[in-house]
Ligand binder design. Structure first.
Ligand SMILES: Cc1cc2nc3c(=O)[nH]c(=O)nc-3n(C[C@H](O)[C@H](O)[C@H](O)COP(=O)(O)OP(=O)(O)OC[C@H]3O[C@@H](n4cnc5c(N)ncnc54)[C@H](O)[C@@H]3O)c2cc1C
Length: 518
């Protein structure tokens, strides 16, 4: 079967879903190909046992590490991609992240665009994704052309106490930007019931600003947009000269189909996008499509993160805990040689989600049951930048399986951030604490499997020898191939990546709308 479209978009997550949403009003014929299905709305969406212990929504993929050892990556293949599970903490990178930054383990390279050039699309993404927050509180943030569309989610009393104690101690906490569809002033009119389930869970009532709810669902009635689910892009075909993509080979419901378009955008997530390009080798592109530079799949990054559970003497009855952020250690200075990263609150832990940590937590608080530990827990998430390393890379074997060679960088900085948090915890009466595994989200204990913040495998830049994409995210080597997911990041900064992927998708979408009409 063949069919011709104006644009084919492979992947419907933060990048692909937002790109489709941006292009749809142009009236151009868009085919959105999604490997997964709609995530079912079911009671298990909010069941910590189903989500964290059974991994109900984790893909059945098997990937292989650098030693060829198989593991199950924390990937989620649904309409909306990883945003179906994300915490909806929708941060902008800092202006310094767009420049070159020196780190303990290397250099985080400059982007081909400055923060100020990128800023208009951050604003558009914040309005599209209905982010709640307040610009102007965080001293490290860059300029903003428009305030957030909604005021911040208010702190519950325990978080407010921490906020006040930090402020009194000379720190600069701020209200964390959250993508939830909540109207605190007119609560009955809002979909969000303000449960704790944004972080790592799908939202049963579709009140999280994920790419399905915000970007894809509103397109389903449009005559110019076709969404095919369970449609896995296998490879791309080119014309004989290798200068343009002519066919998108798809496996759907056990059948092979080929679709055609004037423009093809691959938005399958950093690892799967590299996989598609590497599997699309041909005489003209012997190392994989768009890979004359040998950069496709390299420079994989995914943050050096820690989850911390701190135990206070008093109960923490917070429900929605992710309302506080702190960037006081984000940049070097004040005696710090290196940038350390971002501190934010994690979704409130519960006994079932922490089950894997039971022995260590029981040792920490021997008189408490796990339910009591969970009741006293205050949860933090520390993020340190991971620098791009050419050897941290995705490759594909003869069967098409992903091999991910990855060595985490910047442990010294991550330890420095943890040290700063310890001082803070003492200050706010939370001296007893425990570091959980980075992949606490899915209770797996294989670090390489924690791929939630994957990025960087097809970076953009001005030099075709060191980058895969040009500044518009078009492959240097092809006329009509775009990559519009977190693959394009030359560096990842130390804040959550989704808003940057969404903003970039709007930016590239606007560029494509002009290209397709001129
Ligand atoms: C548990 C969890 C919590 C997170 N919390 C946050 C947070 O609070 N804030 C934040 O900013 N980020 C967070 N993230 C990260 C964020 O979700 C990702 O950075 C973002 O979704 C990446 O966007 P993307 O477009 O690159 O990939 P995705 O959103 O994953 O989209 C890729 C899409 O491509 C599809 N696909 C894959 N292969 C193929 C193929 N061959 N053919 C067709 N389709 C394909 C996938 O099914 C998926 O729908 C979190 C992630 C997880 C897993």
């Amino acid at each position: 079967m063949t069919d011709h479209f104006d644009v084919i978009i492979a992947g419907s997550g933060a990048g692909g879903g937002t790109l489709a949403h941006t292009l749809a009003p142009s009236g151009k014929r868009i085919l959105l190909l999604e490997r997964g299905d709609f995530l079912p709305r079911e009671t298990e969406n909010w069941d910590p046992g189903a989500v964290f212990v059974d991994g109900r929504y984790v893909s059945e993929d098997t990937w292989y590490d650098a030693d060829g050892k198989p593991f199950q990556p924390q990937s989620h293949y649904f309409v909306g991609g990883a945003t179906k599970m994300y915490g909806a903490a929708l941060y902008r990178l800092r202006p310094e992240d767009f420049g070159e930054m020196k780190h303990a383990d290397g250099v985080s390279p400059a982007w081909p665009l400055s923060y100020d050039e990128f800023e208009p699309w951050y604003t558009k993404a914040e309005w599209l994704y209905q982010v709640r927050g307040v610009h102007g509180e965080d001293p490290t943030e860059g300029h903003w052309s428009r305030q957030y569309p909604w005021p911040p989610v208010s702190h519950e009393s325990r978080v407010q106490q921490i906020f006040d104690a930090l402020t009194a101690g000379g720190y600069h906490p701020f209200h964390a930007p959250c993508g939830i569809l909540l109207d605190e002033a007119r609560r009955p009119a809002s979909a969000c019931i303000r449960c704790a389930w944004c972080d790592g869970y799908p939202c049963l009532v579709h009140a999280k600003s994920d790419a399905e709810a915000i970007a894809v669902r509103p397109l389903l009635d449009r005559p110019n947009v076709t969404l095919l689910v369970n449609a896995e892009v296998e490879r791309l075909q080119t014309d004989p000269g290798g200068g343009a993509v002519t066919g998108v080979v798809v496996s759907r419901d056990g059948k092979r189909e080929i679709y055609e378009a004037d423009v093809v955008a691959v938005c399958a997530g950093a690892a799967n996008t590299a996989r598609i390009l590497l599997r699309s080798d041909s005489d003209r592109h012997p190392n994989g499509l768009a890979n004359g530079s040998d950069q496709v799949g390299r420079n994989y990054m995914c943050h050096n993160s820690k989850a911390i559970v701190a135990l206070g003497a008093e109960d923490n009855d917070t429900v929605f805990q992710k309302t506080l952020g702190l960037n006081d250690f984000y940049l070097p200075g004040s005696g710090r040689q290196w940038p350390l990263g971002n501190i934010q609150m994690l979704g409130k832990s519960n006994a079932m989600a922490m089950k894997g940590e039971e022995p260590k937590l029981t040792k920490l608080a021997p008189r408490w049951s796990m339910a009591e530990v969970a009741r006293h827990a205050v949860d933090f998430w520390l993020t340190t930048e991971d620098v791009p390393e050419p050897g941290n890379r995705v490759t594909v074997d003869a069967d098409g399986s992903i091999h991910l060679a990855y060595r985490q960088t910047n442990d010294e900085e991550a330890d420095g951030l943890y040290h700063e948090l310890r001082k803070i915890l003492n200050h706010v009466g939370l001296a007893e604490h425990h570091v959980l595994h980075k992949n606490f989200y899915a209770s797996m204990d294989i670090p390489v499997a924690a791929v939630a913040h994957q990025a960087g495998t097809c970076r953009f830049g001005t030099d075709p020898a060191t980058s895969v994409l040009d500044v518009n995210c078009k492959a240097h080597e092809l006329d009509n191939l775009y990559i519009v997911d977190t693959s394009f990041f030359p560096s990842i900064g130390a804040v959550n990546p989704a808003l940057t992927a969404m903003a970039n998708a709007i930016r590239v979408g606007e560029h494509l709308a002009v290209r397709l009409t001129s």
